[in-house]
Design a protein around this ligand. Structure first.
Ligand code: CDP
Ligand code: MG
Length: 140
């Protein structure tokens, strides 16, 4: 498997609890490199666009409200098999189902406030990285 890039977000429940460093340490510990990183506070428009495939889902409105409720950390991660590696270290969407030792098992509050986002495939990663970063902001 060649080197890959994926989009990672540290969500507002984690920035609020001052655990961004702990989460980055987990990602780096899994063999991923942070090659772009910025702390931002999304407007509704940005959150809606990022999560537009979830539009119409019963949780969509609350998800947008949550993702705009505080600062987030946007990151591009790079490494061998980075998309799957990031999803593995994140753990299942619902922390109740997440494997021991994963970020979500350890840090997530609940299904919505689950501390991290990770792209779910190569096409999604490309789209999400393009939405969040200019080429000049990605410095491998
Ligand atoms: O983040 P992940 O790819 O694991 O899950 P998703 O199914 O793509 O859902 C995106 C995000 O929406 C989740 O990470 C949760 O924050 C939220 N969500 C929710 O609040 N309630 C659900 N029933 C499903 C997802
Ligand atoms: Mg997803």
């Amino acid at each position: 498997m060649a080197s890959e890039r994926t989009l990672s977000i540290i969500k507002p429940d984690a920035t609020e609890r001052n655990i961004t460093g702990l989460i980055v340490a987990r990602l780096e510990g899994a063999g991923l490199r942070v090659i772009a990183q910025k702390r931002v506070w999304w407007k509704k428009k940005e959150a809606k666009k990022f999560y537009d495939i979830h539009e119409g889902q019963p949780y969509f409105k609350d998800l947008v409200a949550f993702m705009t409720s505080g600062p987030i950390v946007l990151q591009v991660l790079e490494g061998e098999d980075a998309i799957a590696k990031n999803r593995a270290v994140m753990g299942a969407t619902n922390p109740v189902d997440a494997e021991p030792g994963t970020i979500r098992k350890e840090f997530a509050v609940n299904l919505q406030r689950n501390s991290v986002h990770g792209s779910d495939g190569p096409e999604t990663a490309k789209r999400e990285i393009g939405l969040c970063f200019k080429k000049s902001e990605i410095v491998g």
